[in-house]
Ligand binder design. Structure first.
Ligand SMILES: Cc1cc2nc3c(=O)[nH]c(=O)nc-3n(C[C@H](O)[C@H](O)[C@H](O)COP(=O)(O)O)c2cc1C
Length: 275
């Protein structure tokens, strides 16, 4: 009779602390590999969807997306191809030629203004007097989207951003060919509260903007009111309803309009296009 038969070993304890730690670590490792692989594999798709959504917003601001939806022609990339994408220099206050953009090594179709705003070589710090939209830094170059009808400019869509109550809102303001009548406004990213500041996404509120007057005598006159516009008021053509219960987000939108449509923003560039 062997020693083992006389003193059998106790069965191994599967619930030992060592086993629990090893199994937990293995589960964590497998899960992290799955999650990070999914993030890497899906990144191109995620970026493509983001770009599609941004382009849809540009079309929507220009009033083209609703038309496309109505006719069942929702080919966003196809519709977006109608836009001429140009680079503008916000310091020199002018539209750059295709050659100038290329000399700068910037392709307007892929230029990332948000990334540029973080690069000291491509942006500037705004003084507190200049920083109306509370963005701290502004990229020197911006893209603009021009839609032509033959030789004439039919619409111009301008990227804008600024702080609301909780977040920076990123969107587009489109103007008609007279460079003053608002064609539309959209926001493709923000973190305002749903039902309050988040009502910037409400189609009824956005619809109020179409046809409003941005400039008079060369000055930005468009006003986002606190409360609703009185339809009989003298200034109704340049007044927009404030968001109910969201005065601070509404004020942020006003700041976005004042800054980006003014002399520090696209104002001089719109005059150049009009000229
Ligand atoms: C949870 C919570 C979320 C809020 N979110 C917003 C918002 O997104 N935008 C905003 O302007 N006000 C928001 N408010 C309200 C503001 O604190 C503030 O009361 C409001 O802007 C004042 O607007 P009124 O004068 O139209 O009431 C929020 C309030 C609370 C309690």
């Amino acid at each position: 009779m062997s020693d083992n038969d006389q003193n059998p070993q106790p069965p191994a304890n599967k619930d030992s602390m060592k086993n629990i730690i090893v199994v937990s670590l293995l589960v964590c490792l497998v899960c992290s590999i799955v999650v990070s692989s999914a993030a890497v594999i899906l990144k191109p798709q995620r970026l493509a969807n983001k770009e599609l959504d941004r382009n849809k917003n540009i079309l929507e601001a220009a009033g083209l997306y609703e038309k496309a939806t109505a006719t069942g022609d929702e080919d966003i990339p196809g519709l977006f191809e109608n836009f001429e994408i140009r680079l503008v220099d916000l310091e020199e206050k002018r539209v750059l030629s295709v050659l100038e953009a290329s000399d700068l090594g910037i392709d307007p179709t892929t230029y990332d203004q948000r990334k540029a705003a973080k690069n000291p070589a491509l942006s500037k710090v705004l003084s507190s007097a200049e920083d109306i939209p509370s963005i701290s830094r502004r990229a020197r170059y911006s893209t603009i989207y021009i839609l032509r009808d033959g030789q004439n400019v039919d619409k111009v869509v301008l990227p804008v951003h600024g702080y609301g109550l909780w977040s920076t809102l990123y969107g587009f303001i489109a103007l008609d060919g007279d460079m003053s009548t608002v064609s539309g406004i959209t926001f493709y990213e923000h973190g305002e509260t749903a039902g309050l500041g988040g009502e910037v996404d409400n189609p009824s509120w956005k619809a109020v903007w179409a046809g409003k007057t941005m400039y008079e005598g060369g000055e930005v006159v468009l006003k986002v009111l606190k409360g609703a516009v009185n339809p009989n008021a003298a200034g109704v053509r340049y007044q927009v309803d404030g968001l109910s219960g969201a005065t601070l987000t509404s004020r942020g939108i006003q700041n976005i309009v004042t800054y980006w449509m003014g002399d520090q923003g696209f104002g001089p560039i719109l005059k150049e296009i009009q000229g």
